[in-house]
Structure formats: C-alpha cells, structure tokens
Write a protein of this length. Sequence first.
Length: 94
Amino acid sequence: MPYVLIQHNVANYDRFEVVYKDDEARRQRSGSKGGTLYRNVADPNNIIALFEWDTVDRADAFANSYELKEAVEWAGDATPPRAIVIEEFLRTSA
C-alpha cells in the first residue's frame, strides 16, 4: 500500500486545520484512503501528515500536484511542504 508522507511548518495551526479538513473531499477524489496528522512535541507547528493511497501513481500525482501547493498557500504555511511517496516494506515487533 502506498503512502504520501508530508512534512512542513505551519504559520498558524488553527488556520491550517480548517484548510486541511476542507480539503478532505478533494484528497478522497484523488485516491486518498485517509490519513493521520502528527505534531513535533518540541515544535507544535511542525506537522507531519501520513496518507494512505490507492495506487502509487495517484499518490505520486498528489505529492507533486498543484492542488497540494495551493492548499498549503491557503493555509498560510510557513514553508513549502516536503512530500514523498513511500511504501511499507518491513514491519517488526519492536
């Protein structure tokens, strides 16, 4: 299963959250199967998002899309996101 991993700093978390939630339908239409947000404990405006995707091609299209860059601009994020497509290949118990 492919994933899109996105890391970036947000200028204002509350504004980011509104845009993030409003963009959910567009992500679903693009092949997203859902995602999880993580915050850096030392810097709560440093966000990591991990989205499960239906295909590698659609994940890659999203990671490099104008729509992602547009959503980041709407959220007023402090830095451009770093988005990469990843796949799980090894899982361990510890």
